[in-house]
Design a binder for this molecule. Structure first.
Ligand code: SF4
Length: 116
């Protein structure tokens, strides 16, 4: 079987052609660098995504967050649910863990929030 993907690892956006058989990738073409091959293999076998969103702070403001590593693509909706249910204490510094252990990742702040 053949599948065409756009590599999202860097802004160049190479068009990748992936051949696979019996659940295994047999060839990747169109990649300009090895990262594209790795992306295509993961995308076709166990796709992952970094989730970005916002969490409400105790004072009602929002703070932007992201998972500190990619999580399985099929877990994104459940991850977003946990993010939407969470409330963050203040103050917050970039990199602070807002929610621990969400599908093998921590949800961390990507901006600062002071008290008041
Ligand atoms: S294959 Fe390499 S150069 Fe092309 S988009 Fe992916 S990371 Fe960028």
């Amino acid at each position: 079987m053949e599948r065409t993907l756009t590599c999202i690892v860097c802004p160049l956006g190479c068009t990748l052609t992936v051949q696979w058989q019996d659940g295994a990738v047999t060839s990747v073409t169109g990649n300009t660098c090895p990262r594209g091959k790795a992306y295509a293999e993961t995308e076709c076998t166990a796709p992952v995504r970094t989730v970005t969103s916002t969490v409400r702070c105790v004072d009602g403001r929002l703070v932007s967050v992201k998972t500190d590593r990619p999580i399985p693509k099929e877990c994104m909706a459940a991850c977003m649910e946990r993010i939407h249910r969470a409330t963050a204490d203040l103050p917050i510094a970039i990199g602070d863990v807002i929610i621990e252990d969400v599908f093998g990742s921590n949800v961390v702040a990507t901006q600062n929030r002071s008290v008041g």
